[in-house]
Design a protein around this ligand. Structure first.
Ligand code: M6R
Length: 609
């Protein structure tokens, strides 16, 4: 996720762009840049860090120009450096672009169409800039952008300006949002309405596959590759800035739960290898031969990230048969863990700053393990200190309670387990089946989100209780733990999670009509066992709701509080099953009037002991 903004009008563009970037900073903040066009001169200013750093660099010397583009970055391809910050130029610096999204086939584009080109950054975006400029030598800017986009696989929300056509900005969208702001003698463009609302309330949202020519007095919208203009009316938006940042959702938490539809794809995109039935992670920095020697995996994390590691343990053991342990950072750092040079340690962290995870990582490194990060925040300490690793690409997560980072951690752990599985005994067919199922996950997440109203009703019903018990078995036991964790931190309702097989060993004593249960009973090899556990719960008169597989009518005889999730393969069930539990916890918190995005006594990033 990055933030982009463009302006064309009669006012000096610099301050408008900078103020706009500030409002977009919630979308990314590792580096930023702006470019203004004045007559036939581009002025570009970029810097590493947040928007304050960019303003410092400008130092009051605002570049001249009444049109320009600007970008705040959340790195995907290429590290956090000034050279990688946007805007990017084409080879002759005739064209400049800003881009939010991922060009998956940028290497192929480079080799096929831009053989002798030299690039000054490591970004996929610069490749696109060169390609557009190449076509622009023969074609008008719109046609040049369309010709380049036709060759692109991936996602984009982009804005392009050219010295040769200084009266327009070209914008295009596929998979990354774009909004046009309609003003008087001035038009705007941005990733969302947030930075536009101080200038205008009239917003036109571009849809996927659309391209716009934006001039200071009008905008013209087309399907990419088509010259028939589409008539789109501006909507009147009455959100305030904060509401706009939340995309119309009342809290970041619920927005981020919904973000999972898109960002899951960002985690797996470009990392699947269908021809080999495997996966490949660019920053892993271990050759297959070295990876084959790994005989032990340790997954280090805290909180929600730790629960993703518990799922990871199932994944690595099931797919790759490598003994794997999930370890809590605050415990691990004070042990004397057994580690050798065949041990691979993954530190899993949204923020990349969690102190206990970081200190444990240092300890593992000191003892000679291979240490890799699975991290969201680019350039964070864990990411920097690890000897490689993989970004989960969930985009900034602002709600203190984690949601989309969790599902993207699961995505990356699945890819690593797939990779190690294929290095060992997993068949090509099994690998391929996993890949196909992974690609279907975003659609299935969407189907679960469509049941939001139903989940809300269930949450409102259960939010009156003081306690809650979460049950799961096998790979869904960590999801029971995560569901319980979400409920505690968001709603302050006390809850516990158990593997359902443990009930008879003590927990059954808790059950009565005032002690409700949330059970995960999707159709997998432990389904029958889970049904027996539900019978026991029913016999003890505990109210309960169930996460079940779509089409499972059997479950209806036990309770009417059922949330159906689409069928997937067992190893991917956690990714789907956690979503209703996130929504459940969220709605309980709303009903109880909790501070949803900032639960009491908690912080987003725990950088102290
Ligand atoms: O940034 P990290 O993923 O390392 O954070 C770990 C935990 O602090 C975090 O998951 C915490 O439990 C969240 N509040 C969970 O929603």
């Amino acid at each position: 996720m990055c933030g982009i903004i463009g302006y064309i009008g009669e006012k000096p563009a610099g301050k408008i762009l900078l103020n706009g970037l500030r409002k977009l900073e919630y979308r990314g903040y590792d580096s930023a840049g702006m470019l203004l066009l004045n007559k036939d001169k581009f002025t570009r200013i970029r810097s590493v860090g947040d928007i304050d750093k960019l303003e410092k660099k400008i130092n009051g010397q605002w570049p001249k120009g009444k049109m320009g583009i600007a970008h705040t970055r959340w790195a995907t391809h290429g590290g956090v450096t000034e050279k990688n910050a946007h805007p990017h130029f084409g080879r002759a610096k005739e064209v400049a672009i800003i881009h939010n999204g991922i060009i998956e086939n940028y290497r192929e584009l480079k080799e096929k169409y831009l053989k002798n080109h030299k690039f000054s950054s490591q970004t996929d975006t610069e490749v696109l800039a060169h390609l557009i400029e190449k076509y622009h030598q023969k074609h008008p800017l719109k046609k040049a952008v369309e010709s380049a986009l036709k060759k692109v696989h991936g996602t984009f929300g982009l804005a392009v300006i050219s010295k040769k056509e200084p009266d327009k900005i070209i914008a295009g969208r596929s998979g990354s949002p774009l909004a046009i702001g309609v003003g008087d003698n001035q038009y705007f463009l941005a990733s969302d309405a947030t930075p536009l609302l101080t200038h205008t309330r009239k917003i036109i949202y571009l849809d996927d596959g659309e391209i716009a020519i934006i001039k200071k007095n009008n905008s013209y919208i087309y399907k990419i590759g088509n010259n028939n203009q589409i008539n789109k009316k501006a909507q009147n938006i009455d959100w305030n800035t904060e509401e706009a940042q939340k995309g119309g959702f009342p809290h970041f938490m619920i927005k981020e739960i919904y973000d999972q539809r898109e960002v899951f794809m960002d985690a797996i995109r470009g990392r699947l290898r269908p021809k080999e039935g495997s996966a490949q992670m660019g920053g892993f920095n271990l050759k297959d031969k070295e990876a084959q020697k790994i005989d032990r995996i340790i997954l280090l994390a805290c909180g929600t990230a730790y629960y993703s590691c518990l799922v990871g343990k199932y994944l690595f053991e099931r797919l790759a048969q490598i003994p794997t342990e999930a370890e809590i950072g605050s415990e691990y750092r004070y042990r004397n863990p057994v580690i050798d040079n065949k041990t691979l340690v993954f530190s899993v962290s949204q923020s990349g700053e969690t102190l206990d995870t970081l200190v444990s990582q240092r300890e593992a490194k000191r003892k000679g393990a291979y240490v890799r990060g699975i991290v969201n925040v680019v350039g964070s300490t864990i990411a920097r200190e690890a000897d490689g690793g993989t970004y989960i690409h969930a985009g900034p997560e602002l709600s203190v309670a984690s949601s989309k980072a969790f599902t993207n951690m699961l995505a990356i752990l699945t890819l690593y387990a797939l990779y190690f599985g294929r290095l060992h005994k997993m068949s090509f067919e099994t690998g391929n089946k996993i890949i196909k199922e992974l690609e279907k996950i975003p659609g299935k997440i969407n189907l679960i989100l469509k049941q939001n109203e139903k989940i809300k009703k269930i949450a409102y019903k259960y939010s009156k209780y003081q306690n809650m018990l979460y049950l799961g078995r096998g790979i869904n036991y960590p999801i029971a733990l995560e569901g319980s964790h979400k409920l505690k931190e968001l709603s302050y309702i006390h809850s516990e999670a158990y593997p359902a097989g443990e009930m008879k060993h003590g927990v059954n004593a808790l059950l009565d009509k005032d002690f409700p249960v949330a059970a995960i009973a999707t159709k997998n090899n432990l389904y029958e066992k889970m049904i027996s556990n539900l019978e026991e719960i029913k016999a003890r008169k505990s109210p309960f709701f169930v996460i079940a597989t779509k089409g499972d009518k059997n479950i209806q005889r036990m309770t009417s509080d059922i949330i159906y999730v689409p069928k997937t393969i067992e190893i991917l069930e956690p990714i789907l099953n956690v979503i209703p539990l996130q929504l459940f916890a969220y709605h309980c918190a709303v009903k109880l009037k909790r501070n949803v995005d900032r639960p009491r006594n908690l912080a987003k990033s725990v950088t102290v002991e």
